[in-house]
Design a protein around this ligand. Sequence first.
Ligand code: G1P
Length: 294
Amino acid sequence: MGNKVTTAIFPVAGMGTRFLPATKSVPKEIMTLVDRPLIQYAIDEARAAGITEFIFVTSRGKGALEDYFDLAPNLEEELRSKGKDALLEVLHKTNMDSGDIAYIRQHKALGLGHAVWCARRLIGDRPFAVILPDDVISAEKPCLQQMVEAYEETGGNMVAAMEVAPERTSSYGILDVEKEDGNLLHIKGMVEKPKAEESPSNLAVIGRYILSPSVLKNLDHVKKGAGGEIQLTDAIAAELDQGRKVYGYRFAGQRFDCGSKSGFLQATVSYGLARPELRDDLAAYLKDIVPGLG
Ligand code: G1P
């Protein structure tokens, strides 16, 4: 049913004010979990899902992101001359072939919907994925891959979905569910950041989307929504009014909100413990400082 999804948009224009002063000079997407920047986790997940074209929606001050995906000839030469082949290999895995990656500027911070809309001319008439690098998802099968497999059966539009605490609905896009079919949720409505008492459910949209190009057309028209911003949620909700399908997908995996300090620290601990070379030291340290742990 659904066409193959080969392009992903990475909205990376946000200022990252929650991480000031670090983000004064370092884009938040370059902040590292263990030794890899957040953006690398997002790219690896996209590649695993079959994505071959990467579109970054950036803003002023994000030059370090472009450099990150460029070749580093001096560094490579240095490593080669010292015979550091393992590190060279690590470096090579971050390279992108010329033409696989494109950068578009979002000139004004008008919201996530606007950021995605900025990439419209590069998308054309194909379905596309959107990955929000702040949402880091640790999973045996990468989250977007799970969704692409489900989407091959359903077509339409698909968003990653997860239950959140009822008092947290005002931080998320929230789904109004018509019926559940295993991991697949048939959606009849979506609201961006509703108050707990007005929320249709506690099923939240997490930052992975597979969208039909008609969402970009909707973004031509959607009015400012929650927080005075152009919301992607509103453009997807419009698909329902136009008789097209939207599905939620309850992914298997653990999501970390790396847009928050607490989520970022939790992810650091979790990804640290997942590294065989770090696990024992880190676990011993945690047991030492947290009474009663383990
Ligand atoms: C964005 C989306 C929201 C979604 C969230 C997931 O919000 O607008 O619908 O639930 O990402 O992380 P933001 O976190 O950028 O405010």
